[in-house]
Design a protein around this ligand. Structure first.
Ligand code: UDP
Length: 475
């Protein structure tokens, strides 16, 4: 077998960066030579993986690159608060082609695993005669649903934002309304980010294959559909985050937590099993003070203990109080508030956690599934409305909070009562017990999938073997 050398190039945002670091750890753990390209502002996660013993090479390139027009402090997607910054970022993603090609010229890797947003990597890989694998950072159901949305545009057949339509030709009848459709699907000509998303499709199809952070037992119908009906070459090698062993590794993912991990565990240790709701909306979403007031009201009315990761919107209402008057005092015995980054995977793994209110980002969804707890699904943007359907209608391990509007980076319009009701549904009663029992099944399946002989373990072996046999097409 030829010596493989995988070069990984992630998108600069935590939701894509963290699983790509974990993918690098996984390749390295299977004896594959692995190199990771990153920027000075986002070098910490991969550096930590190296410090904890993973044999991964690291190459740091300047980001933002010269000529993008971006200020130097803009290093990741969550900082893009205006259309101007978005345009600069999209330009920056193109401008790193040259430095990345220099790296490839020097290192001569045998495969390039690149994020879906780095569309030029398909041409770069072809230029060097190596395969490009795409990483989308989502699961099979979403990949299939995104394809159907783009191909059939079923939202064109309804006359209002609230009239339901079904996504055609999928294993389940999945119903949506037009207001839940992403702006880049609705508009032919959106901002530069929307245009970039349009380009990803073509670059996807020309790529050698797709690596998917999922496991077969979670969404078998969609894994089969993606391969057999849509004809994609894909390998499911997740859940990637399960490669982190021990509290320290789990707490070290992503940014530095604002709360001491130990403090969190001590607080959780004082609670009964399945009694705490964990509420977090990922690495990018922020909320206006009025929506934060609704969340606070909902948590208070639910009567449950909670950990709430609060992130206030950056641009507006800077001085407005994020909490209703006296909320923190009234809930101090039953609520832990984290303003900033939380050690999510470590928290979710604690037996005191009984449910997870999530924005349905794919990593969070998978982490919730693998914690074996029911989920309250509050989708906001990206492909999160598809992830909601997987959890609530296919797996039946969660309930929707009633979010009906696709809104980039945040959300408005979900009343506190809706949250309180959804939390009660997943925490108490017969249906909560049934959801928890199904969730526990998937938790177990996830662990089996990544063990030696499991479906994801075997798919990774198959991928490594496939890459060894790769020969570039003759022109
Ligand atoms: N995350 C975390 N602490 C936080 C917020 C997020 O550890 O306070 C992690 C979370 O565990 C997940 C990732 O950041 O792995 C977020 O990815 P996801 O796909 O859920 O959402 P995104 O941030 O891309 O919207």
């Amino acid at each position: 077998m030829d010596q493989q050398h995988i070069l990984l190039l992630p998108l600069m945002c935590h939701g894509h960066m963290i699983p790509t670091v974990e993918m690098a750890k996984l390749f390295a753990s299977r004896g594959v030579k692995t190199t990771f390209i990153t920027s000075p502002g986002l070098a910490e996660p991969i550096q930590k993986a190296r410090d904890s013993g993973s044999d991964i090479g690291i190459i740091i390139i300047k980001f933002p690159p010269e000529g993008s027009g971006l200020p130097d402090h803009i290093v990741s997607v969550d900082q893009l608060t205006s259309d101007e910054l978005v345009s600069g970022f999209v330009k920056a993603l193109c401008l790193i082609q040259e430095p990345v090609e220099k790296v490839i010229q020097e290192l001569r890797p045998t495969c390039l695993v690149a994020d879906m947003f780095l569309t030029w990597t398909v041409d770069t890989a072809a230029k060097f005669g190596i395969p490009r694998l795409v990483f989308h950072g989502t699961g099979y159901l979403s990949l299939c649903a995104l394809d159907k949305m783009k191909r059939h545009k079923p939202f064109k057949n309804v006359s209002s934002d609230s009239e339901p339509f079904v996504l055609p030709d999928l294993p389940h009848q999945l119903e949506f309304v037009r207001s839940q459709v992403a702006d880049f699907d609705l508009m032919e000509n959106g901002n530069d980010f929307s245009k970039l998303i349009q380009k990803t499709r073509e670059s996807d199809w020309r790529s050698y294959g797709v690596v998917v952070n999922s496991f077969y037992e979670l969404e078998p119908d969609y894994a089969d559909h993606y391969r057999k009906v849509l004809g994609r070459k894909a390998w499911n090698i997740g859940p990637l985050f399960l490669c982190n062993d021990g509290d320290e590794a789990k707490a070290a993912r992503g940014k530095k937590s604002l709360i001491d991990g130990h403090e969190c565990l001590v607080w959780l240790d004082s609670k009964k099993p399945n009694s705490v709701v964990y509420v977090c909306f990922g690495s990018m979403a922020t909320f206006s003070p009025s929506q934060l007031h609704e969340i606070a009201g909902g948590l208070e009315a639910s009567g449950q203990d909670f950990i709430w990761v609060v992130r206030k919107s950056k641009n507006k209402d800077e001085n407005e109080e994020w909490q209703p008057h006296g909320f923190v005092d009234r809930t101090k015995d039953r609520g832990l508030i984290i303003q900033g980054w939380a050690p999510q995977v470590m928290v979710l793994d604690h037996p005191a956690i009984g449910a997870f209110v999530t924005h349905c980002g794919w990593n969070s969804t998978l982490e919730g599934v693998c914690a074996g707890v029911p989920l309250v699904m509050w989708p906001l943007f990206a492909e999160q409305f598809f992830n909601e359907k997987l959890v609530t209608e296919v797996l039946r391990i969660g309930v929707p909070v009633g979010s009906k509007k696709w809104q980039p980076m945040g959300s408005e319009g979900v009343p506190g009562e809706a949250l309180a009701k959804a939390v009660q549904l997943v925490m108490a009663g017969q249906s909560a017990l049934e959801m928890r029992s199904r969730a526990k099944y998937y938790k177990e399946m996830a662990r089996k999938a990544v063990e030696e002989g499991g479906s994801s373990y075997n798919d990774l072996s198959a991928l490594i073997e496939d890459l060894s046999a790769y020969r570039p097409p003759r022109n």
